[in-house]
Design a protein around this ligand. Structure first.
Ligand code: GRF
Length: 215
């Protein structure tokens, strides 16, 4: 059975969605860069090994990356899943796990890379927003896109309302993308990701349909 390691920094709702999806893999460990991350208790409660590699204990980004890689490699993962992991990883780290790291980002990439995506989407007046699951490459938030889900931006939205609408879709598409990886169905050609096998079910694709109700 394939093994995954999940990296988190905070509350861990995406991690929880992955746990609850009962994916065909062993979740070997959940590792956080922040000892206060709420997701650590959720993982421990689910019987999953947890580790903390606190970035504040390292003088340089490189030293942190080396320690993090050591903690990860102890669990020999086939896939590294960044689920709300808020540290930028240097090129050497990303290259080490090339083709087997995926991330969830709360925008329709390539729009709104980086942080505060929901606030910026509201400021820019976009009508459609969403989330993206992508392979991680050294260029931040620019790796090949596996799946996206779109939601409408409604006139009454504030940041919290928009974030909650996007988060519901994150919890839907992230387990889907991880499952496709575990099933060996994803291949990358340049910047494009191809999905082998049957086409995604209509129910899966429905996440990409923008409905006026905002659900
Ligand atoms: C999610 O919106 C994720 O896309 C972003 O940070 C948030 C983490 O939430 N990178 P959670 O920790 O998974 O609840």
């Amino acid at each position: 059975m394939k093994r995954i390691v999940i990296l988190i920094s905070g509350r861990g709702s995406n991690m929880q969605a992955l746990i609850e999806a009962r994916l065909p893999c062993a979740i070997a460990a959940v590792i956080s860069n922040d000892p206060r991350a709420g997701g650590l208790a959720i993982a421990a409660g689910a019987g999953i090994d947890t580790r903390v590699v606190d970035h504040r204990e390292f003088a340089t980004r490189e030293a942190f990356d080396v320690a993090l890689a050591r903690a990860i490699d102890a669990f020999s993962p086939d896939l590294l899943v960044l689920a709300g992991f808020m540290r930028i990883l240097a090129g050497a780290f990303v290259e080490r796990y090339a083709g087997r790291i995926i991330n969830i980002h709360p925008s329709l990439l390539p729009a709104f890379t980086g942080v505060r995506t929901h606030r910026r989407a509201l400021q820019e007046g976009v009508r459609v927003h969403g989330c993206t699951v992508h392979f991680v490459t050294p260029e931040l938030d620019h790796g090949p896109i596996i799946v996206q889900a779109a939601v409408p931006v409604l006139p009454a939205d504030d940041e919290a309302a928009l974030a909650a609408r996007v988060l519901r879709q994150e919890h839907r598409v992230f387990p889907l993308a991880v499952r496709w990886f575990l099933e060996g169905r994803l291949s990358v050609q340049g910047q494009r990701v191809l999905l082998e096998g049957e086409s995604p079910r209509a129910a899966d694709l429905a996440a990409a349909i923008v409905s006026p109700e905002g659900t």
